[in-house]
Design a protein. Structure first.
Length: 211
């Protein structure tokens, strides 16, 4: 773990992608685990080692989305989103069993970037009207909605303060999503989101889903 983390300090996006692929494969096992003392102890160690570097990486990649030069370079922006999507998958895995203190303490930071990605648009990582496969940005947005759904299901009290802004952004996605096969994953995630009990509180329904 320490060796993997030490290598993440490189500026080579391709090397980072390879390292994140390894980390993602390692951490996916937590999605099948129950909450036991052994697993919780293991997760504490993993998050202590990987949490801060992960946050720094996400900040770095998110920051590039405002760099006009990088955003217009197709191979680069695609590689950036491949890395972002791996970080989103890792985030989901590390938050599946329980809400680690590190992620709770940095919830505003993480979810602020998630919200920004939901609102982001770039034709180079989106599919055209003729494409049948989801683009990298579509995948990012579906992964973020899956994370939001996980928090609504398991950590609703902690997430409640962030719900209004995400309800608005996700509602916009629903309005824009086509019936194309490429949007199947996004639509499924949206349906799960709108089925959440937390969305039925008066504040949310009156402000976002009323007439």
């Amino acid at each position: 773990m320490k060796e993997l983390v030490s290598k993440l300090s490189t500026n080579d996006f391709t090397i980072i992608r390879c390292l994140l692929l390894t980390a993602n494969s390692m951490f996916k096992k937590y999605r099948d685990q129950g909450k036991t003392e052994e697993i919780e102890t293991e997760l504490v160690y993993v998050v202590q080692q990987f949490g801060q570097p992960m946050l720094q990486l996400l900040r770095s990649f998110y920051g590039t989305l405002t760099n006009a030069q990088l955003c217009q370079n197709e191979p680069t922006i695609k590689l950036i989103f491949e890395n972002i999507n791996l970080l989103l998958q890792i985030f989901y895995s590390l938050n599946w069993v329980d809400l680690p203190e590190f992620f709770e303490d940095n919830m505003n930071d993480f979810f602020g970037m998630f919200h920004g990605i939901l609102k982001y648009s770039n034709p180079l990582v989106e599919t055209s009207s003729d494409d049948t496969e989801a683009g990298l940005l579509d995948i990012s947005k579906s992964l973020i909605i899956e994370i939001v759904n996980l928090y609504l299901e398991k950590y609703d009290e902690e997430f409640a303060k962030l719900l209004p802004q995400f309800a608005s952004a996700i509602w916009e996605l629903l309005c824009k999503a086509s019936m194309s096969v490429k949007h199947d994953r996004v639509r499924i995630c949206l349906l799960i989101f709108f089925d959440s009990d937390l969305l039925h509180v008066p504040f949310v329904t009156q402000n976002y889903f009323g007439d």
